[in-house]
Design a protein around this ligand. Structure first.
Ligand SMILES: [Zn+2]
Length: 261
């Protein structure tokens, strides 16, 4: 066995850094008498003593320690036994914020919901109005068809064909005419009358044309109009349609668009 391990162990032993089995074994080696290790320990002890003598004081002066303790005391927050824990404060704040948010959201949703309900009510009212309008239009149409059918059953009723004139040569029309009960005019392929204008129907018996009503055509160019019976029941020779101001005029002023001859 060489002596080498004891060289390093002696240095550690001198510093008090040798523990356990190593320390026991080194002390046994020393007890056996080793001049080398004894010399090494002496040298280490002298070196350490020299370091302590030449170096700065290892222990801080008492005033430094007190100053340090004062600083620690002022920077460390004091114990606040009365104040609630920070986590509880945060949790309560959070809960309040959530309740406020929920209330706001609730009010917002309610406002929106009420707005939506109001809109639905308005839509329902508009729909009901439209259905009522459609129903009225359908009833009017059914009344017209019944009237036409009733007229057609009568052997005195005649059908008069109207022809398109000028720019409206594609327009067509029929007059279902009863000498006593009057009749109906049905037109097709007429353009919609310009704004402020309407089509006016005329009957010509023996003298000047008699106005028998104004009418409009729908988007598909079709229109109908009830013709009241003529006073005195004079036989009509000619039916004609002109474009006139929408309220009608007593004598024709506009262009003739349809005529029976
Ligand atoms: Zn030794």
């Amino acid at each position: 066995m060489t002596h080498e391990p004891y060289d390093t162990q002696a240095a550690s032993y001198a510093l008090g850094a040798l523990d356990g089995e190593e320390r026991t074994e080194f002390e046994r080696h020393l007890a056996g008498g080793c001049a080398v290790c004894e010399a090494a320990l002496r040298a280490s002890a002298e070196t350490l003593a020299a370091m302590v003598r030449s170096g700065p004081p290892m222990v801080p002066p008492p005033e430094a320690k007190e100053a340090l303790l004062r600083r620690i005391a002022t920077t460390t927050p004091p114990q606040r036994a009365a104040a609630p824990p920070r986590t509880l404060v945060w949790a309560v704040g959070m809960l309040v914020a959530m309740i406020a948010a929920a209330a706001f959201t609730g009010a917002f949703v309610a406002a929106r919901y009420e707005g939506r309900l109001g809109q639905m009510a308005r839509e329902a009212a508009a729909l009901r109005e439209r259905v009522q309008r459609d129903e009225a239009a359908l009833r009017q149409q059914i009344a017209l068809y019944r009237s036409v059918v009733d007229l057609l059953r009568d052997p005195q009723t005649r059908i008069v064909t109207l022809h398109g004139l000028g720019a409206n040569s594609q327009a067509t029309g029929r007059i279902i005419w009863h000498p006593v009960n009057g009749g109906h005019v049905l037109v097709a392929n007429l353009p919609s009358a310009p704004a402020g204008k309407a089509y006016e129907l005329w009957t010509i018996a023996d003298a000047a044309p008699q106005p028998v009503g104004v009418f409009q055509v729908d988007a598909s160019g079709r229109g109908t109009h009830r013709i009241p019976p003529l006073e005195g029941g004079k036989p009509v020779k000619v039916f004609a349609v002109t474009l006139e101001p929408e309220d009608g005029v007593p004598e024709p002023t506009g262009p003739m668009v349809l005529a029976s001859k």
